[in-house]
Design a protein around this ligand. Sequence first.
Ligand SMILES: [Zn+2]
Length: 204
Amino acid sequence: MDKTHDSRPELQDTKPSKRETGKLVEPGTYLAGAEEVLPGRGTFSENDEIFAATFGHVASTSKDAIVDSKKRILKIIVGTDVYGIVTNVMDSKALLQIIPLSDDKDARFPPSETAVLKVSSISPSFIRDIRDGIRIGDIVRAKVFSTRDGMEISMRESTEYGVIKAFCSRCRHNMILKSGGRLMCSSCGWMESRKISKFYSLKE
Ligand SMILES: [Zn+2]
């Protein structure tokens, strides 16, 4: 019943959508203006703009913005690559909400799970302060390496793993990856460090 808009082309060309259906998005990804469409399942609106509230595929942006997918449910096991959002940072570990990394359009994402990332699993290099590797709100790419005592993830094995999106600790704007490997706030110019993934989203 969610596909009622697909058969009505007159609704589709009213305004261009920034996000095509089927695209994999992450929480916070801009989907459309609130004057264009209504915020649907898996989305939220803020300042007249609609954003993805979850990891998933864009199911619709023609009338309601919906982030969803169907059918098989993806499983998280040891070795699974995941996306995670950092929800809590302590001295020796961080907590993240993770979902499996997949571009399988026919599979459904399971509810996010809480995972632990220890400071020793952030980077192959020594990190003195955990906040030089990861901060609250960061979006990361990581790998599950244990599920024995709860879900535990690691980012140290590969340059693929690490932070892919970070936000300024001072003003919460996007951080841009500079050529020297540090991050600079796109708004206030504040500099910070992270364990960066080679897939970092905003590069200089
Ligand atoms: Zn800033």
